[in-house]
Design a protein around this ligand. Structure first.
Ligand code: PMP
Length: 389
Protein backbone atom coordinates (compact mmCIF):
# COMPACT_ATOMS: atom_id res chain seq x y z
CA UNK A 1 0.00 0.00 0.00
CA UNK A 2 1.36 3.50 -0.83
CA UNK A 3 2.65 5.31 2.25
CA UNK A 4 0.73 8.31 3.63
CA UNK A 5 2.43 11.69 3.78
CA UNK A 6 4.04 12.26 7.18
CA UNK A 7 2.05 15.47 7.67
CA UNK A 8 -1.12 13.39 8.02
CA UNK A 9 0.05 12.33 11.48
CA UNK A 10 -0.37 15.91 12.70
CA UNK A 11 -3.81 16.44 11.20
CA UNK A 12 -6.42 16.13 13.93
CA UNK A 13 -10.00 14.98 13.97
CA UNK A 14 -13.09 16.65 15.36
CA UNK A 15 -14.46 15.01 18.50
CA UNK A 16 -18.08 15.80 17.62
CA UNK A 17 -17.90 13.83 14.38
CA UNK A 18 -16.25 10.85 16.09
CA UNK A 19 -18.83 10.71 18.88
CA UNK A 20 -21.61 11.05 16.31
CA UNK A 21 -20.21 8.03 14.43
CA UNK A 22 -20.02 6.00 17.69
CA UNK A 23 -23.58 7.02 18.58
CA UNK A 24 -24.84 5.98 15.14
CA UNK A 25 -23.21 2.57 15.63
CA UNK A 26 -25.04 2.12 18.95
CA UNK A 27 -28.28 3.19 17.25
CA UNK A 28 -27.80 0.50 14.62
CA UNK A 29 -27.60 -1.99 17.49
CA UNK A 30 -31.03 -0.75 18.59
CA UNK A 31 -30.02 1.63 21.42
CA UNK A 32 -31.81 4.94 21.85
CA UNK A 33 -29.34 7.83 21.99
CA UNK A 34 -30.01 11.46 22.93
CA UNK A 35 -27.80 13.67 20.76
CA UNK A 36 -26.14 16.53 22.60
CA UNK A 37 -22.79 16.33 20.82
CA UNK A 38 -23.12 18.23 17.57
CA UNK A 39 -22.85 22.00 17.31
CA UNK A 40 -25.56 22.35 14.75
CA UNK A 41 -28.68 24.50 15.07
CA UNK A 42 -31.81 22.38 15.39
CA UNK A 43 -33.65 24.87 13.15
CA UNK A 44 -34.07 25.36 9.43
CA UNK A 45 -32.77 28.48 7.72
CA UNK A 46 -35.36 31.29 7.54
CA UNK A 47 -38.15 30.52 5.04
CA UNK A 48 -37.34 33.38 2.70
CA UNK A 49 -33.75 32.11 2.48
CA UNK A 50 -34.95 28.67 1.39
CA UNK A 51 -37.24 30.29 -1.21
CA UNK A 52 -34.34 32.41 -2.47
CA UNK A 53 -32.17 29.29 -2.74
CA UNK A 54 -34.73 27.49 -4.92
CA UNK A 55 -35.20 30.53 -7.10
CA UNK A 56 -31.42 31.00 -7.47
CA UNK A 57 -31.09 27.44 -8.74
CA UNK A 58 -33.99 27.87 -11.15
CA UNK A 59 -32.49 31.14 -12.38
CA UNK A 60 -29.26 29.34 -13.30
CA UNK A 61 -27.05 30.50 -10.41
CA UNK A 62 -25.37 27.14 -10.62
CA UNK A 63 -21.96 28.11 -12.01
CA UNK A 64 -18.52 29.03 -10.73
CA UNK A 65 -18.13 32.49 -9.20
CA UNK A 66 -15.01 34.59 -8.56
CA UNK A 67 -12.88 32.88 -5.90
CA UNK A 68 -13.52 35.70 -3.39
CA UNK A 69 -17.29 35.33 -3.84
CA UNK A 70 -19.88 37.33 -5.79
CA UNK A 71 -19.62 41.10 -5.44
CA UNK A 72 -23.19 41.60 -4.21
CA UNK A 73 -22.65 39.23 -1.27
CA UNK A 74 -19.29 40.80 -0.40
CA UNK A 75 -21.10 44.14 -0.44
CA UNK A 76 -23.91 42.86 1.83
CA UNK A 77 -21.36 41.39 4.28
CA UNK A 78 -19.31 44.61 4.21
CA UNK A 79 -22.42 46.62 5.08
CA UNK A 80 -23.44 44.30 7.92
CA UNK A 81 -19.94 44.21 9.40
CA UNK A 82 -19.61 48.00 9.08
CA UNK A 83 -22.91 48.49 10.87
CA UNK A 84 -22.30 46.00 13.68
CA UNK A 85 -18.66 47.04 14.28
CA UNK A 86 -19.06 50.77 13.77
CA UNK A 87 -16.28 50.98 11.18
CA UNK A 88 -16.09 51.25 7.42
CA UNK A 89 -15.55 47.96 5.63
CA UNK A 90 -15.51 47.76 1.82
CA UNK A 91 -16.39 44.73 -0.34
CA UNK A 92 -12.68 44.40 -1.21
CA UNK A 93 -12.04 43.69 2.49
CA UNK A 94 -14.30 40.62 2.38
CA UNK A 95 -13.70 37.09 1.09
CA UNK A 96 -16.58 34.62 1.09
CA UNK A 97 -15.41 31.09 1.89
CA UNK A 98 -16.73 27.53 1.77
CA UNK A 99 -17.61 27.59 5.47
CA UNK A 100 -15.82 29.60 8.15
CA UNK A 101 -13.58 26.56 8.42
CA UNK A 102 -11.96 27.33 5.07
CA UNK A 103 -11.41 30.94 6.20
CA UNK A 104 -9.55 29.62 9.28
CA UNK A 105 -7.53 27.27 7.10
CA UNK A 106 -6.80 30.03 4.57
CA UNK A 107 -5.72 32.53 7.23
CA UNK A 108 -3.30 30.08 8.87
CA UNK A 109 -2.00 28.83 5.49
CA UNK A 110 -1.34 32.42 4.41
CA UNK A 111 0.74 33.39 7.44
CA UNK A 112 2.26 30.38 9.18
CA UNK A 113 5.63 29.01 8.11
CA UNK A 114 7.03 25.77 9.55
CA UNK A 115 8.35 26.56 13.04
CA UNK A 116 6.19 29.65 13.49
CA UNK A 117 4.33 29.77 16.79
CA UNK A 118 0.59 30.26 17.16
CA UNK A 119 -0.86 31.18 20.54
CA UNK A 120 -4.22 29.56 21.18
CA UNK A 121 -6.24 30.15 24.35
CA UNK A 122 -7.60 26.70 25.24
CA UNK A 123 -9.91 24.79 25.49
CA UNK A 124 -10.61 25.80 21.90
CA UNK A 125 -12.29 24.74 18.68
CA UNK A 126 -9.98 21.89 17.55
CA UNK A 127 -9.48 23.12 13.97
CA UNK A 128 -7.11 25.89 15.11
CA UNK A 129 -4.61 23.46 16.62
CA UNK A 130 -5.05 20.81 13.97
CA UNK A 131 -4.46 23.13 11.01
CA UNK A 132 -1.56 24.92 12.72
CA UNK A 133 0.25 21.62 13.27
CA UNK A 134 -0.63 20.32 9.81
CA UNK A 135 1.19 23.22 8.16
CA UNK A 136 4.20 22.85 10.45
CA UNK A 137 3.36 25.53 12.99
CA UNK A 138 3.87 25.14 16.73
CA UNK A 139 0.95 25.62 19.10
CA UNK A 140 1.53 27.63 22.28
CA UNK A 141 -1.55 26.94 24.39
CA UNK A 142 -2.73 29.44 26.99
CA UNK A 143 -4.97 27.75 29.53
CA UNK A 144 -8.26 29.57 30.05
CA UNK A 145 -9.33 29.52 33.68
CA UNK A 146 -12.83 29.02 34.97
CA UNK A 147 -12.13 31.57 37.75
CA UNK A 148 -11.69 34.22 35.04
CA UNK A 149 -14.90 33.13 33.31
CA UNK A 150 -12.74 31.45 30.64
CA UNK A 151 -11.60 34.86 29.36
CA UNK A 152 -7.92 35.06 28.43
CA UNK A 153 -5.44 36.74 30.76
CA UNK A 154 -3.08 39.04 28.88
CA UNK A 155 -0.30 38.14 31.35
CA UNK A 156 -0.71 34.46 30.50
CA UNK A 157 -0.66 35.30 26.79
CA UNK A 158 2.49 37.43 27.17
CA UNK A 159 4.28 34.51 28.81
CA UNK A 160 3.87 32.53 25.57
CA UNK A 161 5.09 35.28 23.23
CA UNK A 162 8.51 34.67 21.66
CA UNK A 163 10.43 35.87 18.63
CA UNK A 164 8.69 33.10 16.65
CA UNK A 165 5.13 34.13 17.58
CA UNK A 166 3.26 34.73 14.35
CA UNK A 167 -0.40 34.62 15.30
CA UNK A 168 -2.94 34.35 18.05
CA UNK A 169 -6.32 32.75 17.45
CA UNK A 170 -9.21 33.92 19.59
CA UNK A 171 -12.87 32.93 19.56
CA UNK A 172 -15.69 34.97 21.07
CA UNK A 173 -18.39 33.97 21.88
CA UNK A 174 -16.40 30.88 22.55
CA UNK A 175 -16.85 27.23 21.61
CA UNK A 176 -16.73 25.20 23.90
CA UNK A 177 -16.81 27.43 27.01
CA UNK A 178 -19.67 29.82 26.13
CA UNK A 179 -17.48 32.72 27.30
CA UNK A 180 -17.84 36.17 25.76
CA UNK A 181 -14.72 38.36 25.79
CA UNK A 182 -14.91 41.90 27.09
CA UNK A 183 -13.63 44.94 25.23
CA UNK A 184 -10.65 45.25 27.58
CA UNK A 185 -9.49 41.71 26.68
CA UNK A 186 -9.56 42.61 22.99
CA UNK A 187 -7.83 45.98 23.50
CA UNK A 188 -4.96 44.30 25.32
CA UNK A 189 -4.59 41.65 22.63
CA UNK A 190 -4.58 44.26 19.85
CA UNK A 191 -1.99 46.36 21.70
CA UNK A 192 0.29 43.35 22.06
CA UNK A 193 -0.29 42.27 18.44
CA UNK A 194 0.59 45.73 17.10
CA UNK A 195 3.72 45.99 19.22
CA UNK A 196 5.00 42.58 18.20
CA UNK A 197 3.65 42.27 14.63
CA UNK A 198 1.42 39.36 15.52
CA UNK A 199 -1.62 38.45 13.44
CA UNK A 200 -4.90 38.18 15.36
CA UNK A 201 -7.35 35.68 13.89
CA UNK A 202 -10.67 36.38 15.58
CA UNK A 203 -13.33 33.72 15.05
CA UNK A 204 -16.64 35.45 15.72
CA UNK A 205 -18.99 32.92 14.15
CA UNK A 206 -21.26 32.95 17.25
CA UNK A 207 -21.46 36.77 17.24
CA UNK A 208 -25.28 36.84 17.28
CA UNK A 209 -25.85 33.99 19.72
CA UNK A 210 -25.36 35.98 22.86
CA UNK A 211 -27.63 36.32 25.91
CA UNK A 212 -28.84 38.56 28.74
CA UNK A 213 -28.83 41.62 26.50
CA UNK A 214 -25.04 41.56 26.21
CA UNK A 215 -23.38 43.04 23.15
CA UNK A 216 -20.80 41.20 21.09
CA UNK A 217 -17.41 42.91 21.13
CA UNK A 218 -15.57 42.44 17.86
CA UNK A 219 -11.86 42.69 17.26
CA UNK A 220 -12.65 45.06 14.38
CA UNK A 221 -14.20 47.62 16.76
CA UNK A 222 -10.84 48.13 18.47
CA UNK A 223 -8.97 51.09 16.96
CA UNK A 224 -5.88 49.95 15.04
CA UNK A 225 -6.97 46.31 14.97
CA UNK A 226 -7.47 46.37 11.19
CA UNK A 227 -3.69 46.54 10.70
CA UNK A 228 -3.15 43.14 12.33
CA UNK A 229 -6.47 41.28 12.31
CA UNK A 230 -8.57 38.88 10.31
CA UNK A 231 -12.15 38.56 11.54
CA UNK A 232 -13.96 35.36 10.64
CA UNK A 233 -17.70 34.74 10.75
CA UNK A 234 -20.33 32.97 8.69
CA UNK A 235 -23.85 31.79 8.01
CA UNK A 236 -23.87 28.42 9.84
CA UNK A 237 -24.96 29.71 13.24
CA UNK A 238 -26.89 33.00 12.90
CA UNK A 239 -29.05 31.76 10.01
CA UNK A 240 -28.75 27.99 10.72
CA UNK A 241 -27.24 27.46 7.25
CA UNK A 242 -24.60 24.85 8.16
CA UNK A 243 -25.09 22.77 5.00
CA UNK A 244 -24.78 25.78 2.72
CA UNK A 245 -21.08 25.84 3.64
CA UNK A 246 -20.68 29.60 3.74
CA UNK A 247 -18.38 31.69 5.86
CA UNK A 248 -16.28 34.79 5.39
CA UNK A 249 -13.15 36.60 6.44
CA UNK A 250 -12.81 40.36 6.79
CA UNK A 251 -9.53 42.26 6.92
CA UNK A 252 -7.01 44.25 4.91
CA UNK A 253 -7.34 43.64 1.17
CA UNK A 254 -3.87 42.02 1.08
CA UNK A 255 -4.98 39.55 3.79
CA UNK A 256 -8.29 38.51 2.26
CA UNK A 257 -6.77 38.24 -1.23
CA UNK A 258 -4.43 35.56 0.12
CA UNK A 259 -7.33 33.62 1.63
CA UNK A 260 -9.13 33.83 -1.74
CA UNK A 261 -6.00 32.40 -3.37
CA UNK A 262 -5.98 29.46 -0.94
CA UNK A 263 -9.66 28.95 -1.72
CA UNK A 264 -8.99 29.10 -5.47
CA UNK A 265 -6.63 26.16 -4.99
CA UNK A 266 -9.03 24.10 -2.85
CA UNK A 267 -12.79 24.56 -3.39
CA UNK A 268 -12.39 27.29 -6.12
CA UNK A 269 -15.36 29.19 -4.70
CA UNK A 270 -18.44 28.65 -2.55
CA UNK A 271 -21.60 27.42 -4.32
CA UNK A 272 -23.18 30.16 -6.42
CA UNK A 273 -26.82 29.67 -5.36
CA UNK A 274 -25.75 29.47 -1.69
CA UNK A 275 -24.10 32.87 -2.06
CA UNK A 276 -27.25 34.35 -3.61
CA UNK A 277 -29.34 32.93 -0.74
CA UNK A 278 -26.90 34.46 1.76
CA UNK A 279 -27.61 37.95 0.39
CA UNK A 280 -31.26 37.33 1.29
CA UNK A 281 -30.22 36.06 4.74
CA UNK A 282 -28.45 39.35 5.46
CA UNK A 283 -30.84 41.74 3.77
CA UNK A 284 -34.15 39.99 4.48
CA UNK A 285 -36.34 40.02 7.63
CA UNK A 286 -34.54 38.91 10.81
CA UNK A 287 -37.54 37.88 12.96
CA UNK A 288 -36.82 34.15 12.65
CA UNK A 289 -33.22 34.77 13.71
CA UNK A 290 -34.31 36.77 16.77
CA UNK A 291 -36.78 34.03 17.71
CA UNK A 292 -34.06 31.39 17.37
CA UNK A 293 -31.76 33.35 19.68
CA UNK A 294 -34.54 33.80 22.27
CA UNK A 295 -35.11 30.05 22.06
CA UNK A 296 -31.41 29.33 22.66
CA UNK A 297 -31.57 31.58 25.71
CA UNK A 298 -34.54 29.62 27.10
CA UNK A 299 -32.58 26.40 26.51
CA UNK A 300 -29.51 27.89 28.14
CA UNK A 301 -31.58 28.71 31.23
CA UNK A 302 -33.12 25.22 31.27
CA UNK A 303 -29.79 23.40 30.97
CA UNK A 304 -28.24 25.64 33.61
CA UNK A 305 -31.00 24.71 36.08
CA UNK A 306 -30.74 21.02 35.21
CA UNK A 307 -26.97 20.94 35.60
CA UNK A 308 -27.08 22.61 39.00
CA UNK A 309 -29.19 19.64 40.16
CA UNK A 310 -26.61 17.03 39.13
CA UNK A 311 -24.31 15.89 41.93
CA UNK A 312 -20.64 16.56 41.20
CA UNK A 313 -21.40 19.02 38.37
CA UNK A 314 -21.07 22.80 38.53
CA UNK A 315 -21.21 25.36 35.76
CA UNK A 316 -20.74 28.99 34.80
CA UNK A 317 -23.77 30.27 32.93
CA UNK A 318 -22.81 30.43 29.22
CA UNK A 319 -22.98 34.07 28.04
CA UNK A 320 -23.20 33.05 24.38
CA UNK A 321 -23.10 30.12 21.89
CA UNK A 322 -25.23 27.00 22.33
CA UNK A 323 -22.82 25.05 24.51
CA UNK A 324 -22.81 24.22 28.20
CA UNK A 325 -19.38 23.44 29.64
CA UNK A 326 -19.92 21.96 33.11
CA UNK A 327 -17.09 21.25 35.52
CA UNK A 328 -17.43 17.55 36.39
CA UNK A 329 -14.47 17.14 38.78
CA UNK A 330 -16.86 16.44 41.64
CA UNK A 331 -17.81 13.13 40.02
CA UNK A 332 -14.29 11.77 40.48
CA UNK A 333 -14.22 10.54 36.87
CA UNK A 334 -12.05 11.77 34.03
CA UNK A 335 -13.81 13.66 31.24
CA UNK A 336 -13.23 10.92 28.71
CA UNK A 337 -14.40 8.12 30.96
CA UNK A 338 -17.53 10.02 31.93
CA UNK A 339 -18.36 10.97 28.31
CA UNK A 340 -17.80 7.40 27.15
CA UNK A 341 -19.86 5.85 29.95
CA UNK A 342 -22.68 8.34 29.45
CA UNK A 343 -22.83 7.31 25.81
CA UNK A 344 -22.68 3.56 26.40
CA UNK A 345 -24.53 3.21 29.70
CA UNK A 346 -26.96 6.15 29.67
CA UNK A 347 -27.44 6.70 25.92
CA UNK A 348 -26.36 10.36 25.97
CA UNK A 349 -23.92 11.55 23.30
CA UNK A 350 -21.84 14.55 24.36
CA UNK A 351 -18.19 15.53 24.23
CA UNK A 352 -15.33 15.19 26.66
CA UNK A 353 -13.76 18.59 27.37
CA UNK A 354 -10.51 17.10 26.11
CA UNK A 355 -11.92 17.13 22.55
CA UNK A 356 -10.89 20.81 22.83
CA UNK A 357 -7.36 20.18 24.07
CA UNK A 358 -5.83 18.95 27.34
CA UNK A 359 -7.08 22.13 29.04
CA UNK A 360 -10.59 20.69 28.74
CA UNK A 361 -9.89 17.93 31.30
CA UNK A 362 -12.46 18.13 34.08
CA UNK A 363 -15.24 19.36 31.80
CA UNK A 364 -17.88 18.11 29.37
CA UNK A 365 -19.30 19.97 26.41
CA UNK A 366 -23.03 19.66 26.01
CA UNK A 367 -24.74 21.22 22.99
CA UNK A 368 -28.14 22.78 23.62
CA UNK A 369 -28.72 23.57 19.94
CA UNK A 370 -31.29 20.77 19.57
CA UNK A 371 -34.91 20.32 20.74
CA UNK A 372 -35.84 21.14 24.37
CA UNK A 373 -37.20 17.57 24.90
CA UNK A 374 -33.76 16.16 24.07
CA UNK A 375 -32.08 18.52 26.53
CA UNK A 376 -34.52 17.56 29.32
CA UNK A 377 -34.26 13.84 28.57
CA UNK A 378 -30.46 13.98 28.27
CA UNK A 379 -30.15 15.78 31.61
CA UNK A 380 -32.53 13.33 33.26
CA UNK A 381 -30.41 10.41 32.05
CA UNK A 382 -27.17 12.07 33.21
CA UNK A 383 -28.66 12.77 36.66
CA UNK A 384 -29.81 9.16 37.03
CA UNK A 385 -26.48 7.80 35.84
CA UNK A 386 -24.53 9.95 38.29
CA UNK A 387 -26.72 9.00 41.25
CA UNK A 388 -26.28 5.31 40.36
CA UNK A 389 -22.47 5.57 40.62
N1 PMP B 1 -15.60 28.20 14.32
C1 PMP B 1 -16.20 27.69 15.39
C2 PMP B 1 -15.80 28.16 16.73
C3 PMP B 1 -17.18 26.68 15.23
O1 PMP B 1 -17.78 26.16 16.32
C4 PMP B 1 -17.52 26.24 13.93
C5 PMP B 1 -18.57 25.17 13.67
N2 PMP B 1 -18.76 24.23 14.63
C6 PMP B 1 -16.85 26.81 12.85
C7 PMP B 1 -15.90 27.78 13.08
C8 PMP B 1 -17.07 26.34 11.44
O2 PMP B 1 -18.21 26.83 10.87
P1 PMP B 1 -18.58 26.61 9.34
O3 PMP B 1 -19.78 25.73 9.32
O4 PMP B 1 -18.89 27.99 8.82
O5 PMP B 1 -17.41 26.01 8.64
Amino acid sequence: MPRFASRMSSLGVEGAFIVLAKARELEREGKHIVHLEIGEPGYNPPKHVIEATKKAIEDGMTKYTPSAGIYELREAIAERVSETRGIEIKPENVVVTTGAKLAIFGALMSFIDPGDEVIIPMPAYPTYESVTKFIGGVVRPVVLKEERGFSPSIDDIMKEVSSRTKAIVINTPSNPTGAVYGRRDLEEIVKLARERDILVISDEIYEDIIFDGRKHESILSIPGAEEVSIMISGFSKTWAMTGYRLGYAVGKKEFVDKIAQVQLNTSSCPAHFAQVAAIHAIRGPQEEVYEMIRDYERKRDAIYDEISRIKGFSMLKPAGTFYAFPNIRGTGLSSEELADRLLREAGVALLSGTAFGDAGEGYLRISFAGPMEDIREGMRRIREFISSL
